[in-house]
Design a protein around this ligand. Structure first.
Ligand SMILES: Cc1cc2nc3c(=O)[nH]c(=O)nc-3n(C[C@H](O)[C@H](O)[C@H](O)COP(=O)(O)OP(=O)(O)OC[C@H]3O[C@@H](n4cnc5c(N)ncnc54)[C@H](O)[C@@H]3O)c2cc1C
Length: 304
């Protein structure tokens, strides 16, 4: 089976998830073609093991993000099964490509094995679904669920120029009023719960977030009871996130919260109750009040 991976980028460089997409396909013994929108990250991608060739798809439509325009430009060079990140942009592009090609899409996959068989969490992580796939499909892979591919390759790069066939063009994108990263976009998230005591105390999380370039998240308790914006809520009825690092502060770890963040790569929990359920899934647990722990964390970060 042929695999086409659509690279995700961060500025001019590849996003870490691209290494994971390539790693996931290499691990099932297959090589992949990697599409780099507007050529970004193409020379970097050519050095990753498991990549057979790079197609740099260039065009005006890539100046600003528009899922329809991107999918339209990318689709013509896709072959076989299409692999893309389960990020918000990846899900959007993936579903449009699946519709254009009239093939199924399997979203938010966390495991893939030869054959091919994929697994993904369902019912807010309470069960895992296993699917056998025959024929072509689009598969979105959850960030941080797969190991990075290694460097050590020299794949050829070809260039394809595309003009958008869409009648609608995005001419300007205006940033959100909030400068802060959205929880679904961030690689590091620091979230607060009822244990923070008040909305005002979230300023302590914000100052740590500033030094880590992180997003600030929240449990449903503080969204419902203190009026924090719903876009910050992580969990079953909020956002599903999978960052490299998730720091939960004053969050008990109710099943509905865990449903939205349990696949984070590293989980750090700060809670004064040693029996808080959040510690059952934390990689690092700090049994302390946030009033004690956060100043120490902040001063250590300042040293770095
Ligand atoms: C259908 C449904 C959907 C839901 N969806 C979501 C969802 O999407 N997201 C979500 O988060 N919840 C969701 N919930 C709610 C969930 O069940 C919990 O009620 C909620 O997550 C609890 O939030 P919390 O951990 O902030 O508060 P609490 O459970 O009250 O926990 C506060 C924690 O803070 C600790 N603490 C207190 N003081 C301090 C201190 N000074 N320093 C450090 N730690 C301290 C305590 O030991 C405690 O563990 C849902 C519930 C239902 C029924």
């Amino acid at each position: 089976m042929k695999f086409t991976i659509i690279a995700e980028t961060n500025g001019d460089l590849l996003h870490q998830t691209t290494y994971q997409l390539i790693g996931a396909i290499s691990n099932i013994g297959s090589k992949s073609t990697v599409i780099c929108p507007n050529g970004k990250g193409s020379s970097e991608a050519s050095k990753i093991k498991g990549v057979e060739k790079i197609i740099s798809v260039n065009g005006d439509c890539f100046d600003l993000f528009d899922g329809s325009a991107w999918a339209s430009a990318i689709n013509s060079v896709c072959e076989g099964t299409v692999i893309i990140s389960a990020s918000p942009n990846g899900r959007e592009i993936g579903s449009i490509i699946a519709a254009k090609r009239n093939i199924p899409i399997i979203q938010d996959v966390t495991g893939i094995s030869p054959g091919i068989t994929v697994t993904r969490p369902i019912y807010s992580g309470k069960a895992t679904e296993t699917l056998e796939i025959s024929g072509e499909s689009v598969i979105t892979l959850r960030p941080n669920a797969f190991e990075n591919a290694d460097i050590g390759n020299e794949a050829p790069i070809s260039v394809v120029d595309q003009t958008s066939d869409l009648r609608v063009a995005i001419i300007e994108a205006i940033n959100k009023a909030s400068e802060r990263l959205d929880v679904t976009e961030a690689d590091i998230i620091i979230s607060g719960g009822r244990g923070m005591g008040s909305v005002d105390n979230f300023s302590h999380l914000e100052s740590i977030a500033d030094s880590l370039d992180a997003a600030v998240g929240a449990s449903r308790a503080v969204v419902d009871e203190w009026g924090m914006p719903h876009r910050m809520q992580v969990g079953q009825t909020g956002k599903t996130v999978s960052p490299s690092l998730y720091i939960a502060v004053g969050i008990s770890g109710a099943i509905q919260h865990l449903a939205g963040m349990r696949s984070s790569k590293y989980i750090v929990a700060i809670n004064k109750d040693p029996d808080a359920p959040i510690f059952t899934i934390a990689d690092y647990g700090i049994v302390a009040s946030w009033e004690e722990a956060l100043p120490i964390l902040k001063s250590e970060l300042m040293k770095l």
